[in-house]
Design a binder for this molecule. Structure first.
Ligand code: HEC
Length: 200
């Protein structure tokens, strides 16, 4: 091979090595960047964990305690009467306060057989999600949707009748369309919605 030919081969090999190196570094950087990002599934499950803990904490350490000491009761019409909000209302009220912050973040408690129609599904996706978590409550029903140019991610988490009081109150409520709840039934779901993109 001529001297020139050798130079061309050497330049070709060097170019090839440089391209591979660049590709490997770019891939490694992309991977490390990915490791720093939190998936929308994890974000909604974090938010759900906090909401769930707050409701349980409120129920056990405020409502039950004050009831046992004969101080005050949780009453549905707590705003008009001298009572505490019911745990479901405590959650819904926090959701309303968060909605006022205009972060496009929202959460609420919903059901296919709600005491109040406004706690029913707001979309076909929510209807399907509530149906799915009733049959398979171990994992949330999740997915993306688009509204007014904004992309959202929604996670729907099964809400279980963990105590006899859930069952007896819902079965006895005048508005309840369903009156055969049993302990451990899935009564509905906590729906957590987060924005994925900014408004255009
Ligand atoms: C003392 C009565 C009472 C108890 C106890 C109670 N709830 Fe409710 N629940 C209500 C009322 C009333 C609403 C509607 C609140 C509203 O929209 O203002 C509601 C709302 C809900 C909703 C939203 C759908 C709907 O029916 O409107 C779910 C899901 C729910 N409760 C699950 C539970 C679970 C699970 C428990 C037990 C951990 C429980 N509830 C305990 C009265 C009760």
């Amino acid at each position: 091979m001529s001297r020139n030919g050798l130079w061309i081969v050497a330049a070709g090999v060097a170019g090839f090595v440089a391209a591979i190196t660049y590709w490997v570094i770019a891939l490694a950087l992309a991977e490390s960047h990915k490791a720093e990002m939190v998936s929308p599934e994890r974000v909604t499950s974090f938010i759900h964990a906090v909401i769930d803990a707050n409701r349980a904490n409120y129920t056990q350490n405020v409502v039950d305690k004050l009831h046992n000491q004969g101080v005050v009761e949780a009453l549905e019409h707590w705003k008009e009467e001298k009572g505490l909000p019911l745990p479901a209302q405590f959650l819904l009220e926090s959701g309303r306060l968060v909605a006022q912050k205009d972060m496009k973040l929202s959460f609420r408690l919903a059901s296919l057989t709600p005491i109040y129609v406004w706690n029913g599904p707001n979309s076909e996706f929510e209807r399907r999600g509530l149906e799915v978590v009733m049959k398979a409550p171990e994992k949330p029903f999740t997915g993306f949707y688009q509204q007014a140019g904004v992309r959202y991610f929604q996670g729907i988490y099964a809400d279980r009748a963990v105590s006899e009081s859930c069952v007896s109150c819902h079965n006895a409520h005048v508005n309840s369309p369903r009156r055969d709840y049993k302990l451990n039934d899935i009564m509905g779901g906590v729906i957590v919605t987060i924005p994925i993109s900014e408004a255009p």
